[in-house]
Structures are given as C-alpha cells and as structure tokens.
Design a protein. Sequence first.
Length: 281
Amino acid sequence: MIMTTWFITGASDGIGRQVTERLLARGDRVAATARRPHRLDDLAAAFPGLLWTAALDVSDPAAIRTVVDRAFAELTTIDVIFSNAGRAAFGAAEELTDATVADQIAVNMTGPIHLVRAVLPHLRAQGGGRIIQNSSMGAQISSPGGSLYHAAKWGLEGFLESVIGEVAPFGIGVTMVEPGTVRTGFGAAMTIAPGLDAYAGTPVGQIRRSIEGSGGNLTGAAPGDPARVAAAIIDAASATPAPRRLVLGSDAYQAVHTALTTRLTELRAGEHLAATTDFPS
C-alpha cells in the first residue's frame, strides 16, 4: 500500500480521532489539528514520525491559513483534507443567543469554507487531491431546535456543490459525508440554550426534555459505529470518481430518503403553477 498523507481538523475526538488512529495504524502520515492537540500526545508517542500536530480553532480564518501553509511546507504533499471539526447547538431560534448563532456559523460553515479556500492553491499546485467534508444527515433534513446547526450544514453543502464543479479540472475531488447518529461524544458537547416557557409544550420542548433526560449521553444508543464510519470515510478517499455524498448509517439513509422524496412530491405538486409564470408562448 502506498503511504498517503492526510490533513484532519477536529482530530482529537470522535470520528476525527477514529480516522486518525486507523490511518496511523496502517502507516499513513497525518497532519492532525485540534483545539487541544495535547490530547493526541499518546498517538505521537505510539507512531513516531507519522503524526504532525498543530493547535487550530476553525473559527479563526487567519489561523486556518497559517496552519495549512505550514503543514504543506513541512510535509510537502498532502493527499487528503478531512474537514471534520464541528459542534452542535440546540434551542428554538428565538432562544439562541447572538453568540451561539455566530459560533454555529463560524465553526460549522464559514470555518470549513475558509479551510477549503486555504488548501485549494496547494492542491492545484501539486496536481490534485481529495477534500472530504464531514457534514451530517442534518444537511438534508431538519428538526425543531436545530435551526442554526441545519442552517450551517445546508449552507456548507451548497458551497461545496459549487466548488465541486470549479475544482474538477484540477484533479481535485470533493466528498460530503452525511452520517446519522454515531456513538461519539459529539452530543455531550452540545450547547443547549435556556428555554422559553412559550416552547415548553411544543416539539422543541419535548426534544429538550429528552436531551435533559439523557444526562448528556445523547448518542449512547445511536446505531452508528464510529470505527465503521471511519473505515468508510477512509475507503471513500481512494474511490474514483470521488463520491459526491456518502450517507452513513441506516437512520441517515432512511431520514434523507424520506426528506428527498417528500421534497420531490412537493415540487411535482407545483409544476402547473410554475409554468403559469412564464411569458405566454
């Protein structure tokens, strides 16, 4: 097997950690970034010479450019960019604070956008590469209380849909990964907005009580196996052509299928009306 080099954000936890561990175990190099890179010290000791680390908060565009430029300068070639960092927030739209709104957009949408913009000149210069964005089934569906998380994921995928066509001539492939619920610590790190009494009897209130009743263990019974999710992501990096989307998990497949089918039915119902707004033939 030919050794590849990956650049990973959010590498210290969850799916990012699983992908990092698997790559190192098979002899690949990993440029692993995280807000707390010391949490990767055990891997650096276990795999000397294969792990490059740096502190990175993806909500800081200047830091993204600096770390990306340094990684390419020191490692020369990076084959795969795995944009994985992210976090969730829960609350009705009017319950969310301004700070939470800004954080969700910065971490889940504009941060990954800035990462893609930072790596593209390097990937073009080296003659190609692969960008894998860890998105979510939440980029295709929505649920009450997740408005900003969904907004960021939907927006990010819209950006990538356009970028796919822009960079294909340079040998750069892009894949959006849409996992369902996976047994990681992702849910435990969720920001939960203070509730308004007006929403107590609504779907938002019902979901809030479910979250509070879980004691922070939101993904303990999730069907998704993080090790298998990581393996599927790694395999996708060598698939030709690059899969546009990778839906992972039976729950994700069912939810996305239902959402797309419903939207198509609604679209077809409006076909006649759409035609009535054209100039007369």
